[in-house]
Design a protein. Structure first.
Length: 245
């Protein structure tokens, strides 16, 4: 039997406005293709229903399944809140993560929904010393419900404790951050093979983690996208995906 090999299955070409039809926006952002063939996501303040929203998630509409490797080049403005969402899967009988709406792109709509499970990679956080990966939604969704039910949540100190508990239980691995310069692009290679996650930044292994709680039921593929919870811009170019065959 031949050894497994990475086979290219997707190249996202940012070569014109028509390419934006491949993506779905949640929240508030101006999304465009630059003359340099970059995907530009510029968060803005926008009233959506009763709320003023300034965060966004831009999903690719079609999922990809299997053991996957993502490679993309990204940069972001200082003080951004960039996260890469990947291997997002619908649960509880839903066929797609778009079977319900998340127009406000609030964090709780991802973290606190048992109909959805996903991995996240915090990236381009120039003021932080670490990057991290998380498992959100699914079996972790109850953490958010517990925080909501806390009768002392109006007290900032207790809110902080609830947040700390959520952080500790949702982040399952952290590593020293390689992101230092907001003026340059970083090349990220992120692979998920069964329940092992690896991240290389500019060709250097940055993170290597085995997600033991999901050993029996790994997240093999799903939807992916870019999230930013700050009023900043994010650029992406050269986005490609491979599948392990």
């Amino acid at each position: 039997m031949p050894n497994p090999a990475w086979t290219p299955i997707l190249t996202c070409a940012f070569d014109g406005p028509a390419r934006l039809e491949e993506w779905k926006l949640e929240g508030a952002a101006d999304v465009s293709i630059t003359p340099e063939r970059e995907l530009l996501i510029a968060n803005v303040k926008r009233r959506i229903g009763p709320q003023e929203v300034f965060r966004s998630t831009l999903w690719r509409k079609e999922p990809l399944w299997g053991d996957l490797k993502f490679e993309f080049e990204v940069k972001g403005e200082p003080k951004n809140g960039n996260i890469f969402f990947f291997n997002a899967q619908p649960l509880q009988g839903c066929k797609s993560i778009f079977d319900w709406e998340r127009p406000l792109a609030n964090y709780v709509e991802y973290t606190g929904d048992p109909r959805l499970q996903l991995y996240t990679l915090g990236m381009l956080r120039y003021g932080q010393d670490v990057i991290n990966v998380r498992y959100l939604g699914g079996t972790n969704a109850g953490l958010v419900d517990l925080a909501k039910a806390d009768p002392t949540q109006g007290d900032p100190d207790h809110q902080g404790l609830a947040s700390k508990e959520f952080e500790e239980k949702s982040i399952f691995h952290s590593a020293p951050s390689p992101f230092r310069d907001p003026e340059r692009y970083y090349r990220i290679e992120l692979a998920v093979v069964a329940n092992r996650l690896t991240v290389d930044v500019d060709g250097r292994r940055t993170l290597d983690y085995v997600d033991e709680p999901r050993a029996a039921s790994p997240l093999r593929g799903g939807f992916f996208g870019f999230r930013n919870f700050a009023l900043t811009k994010t650029w992406c170019r050269s986005l490609r995906v491979w599948r392990l065959e």
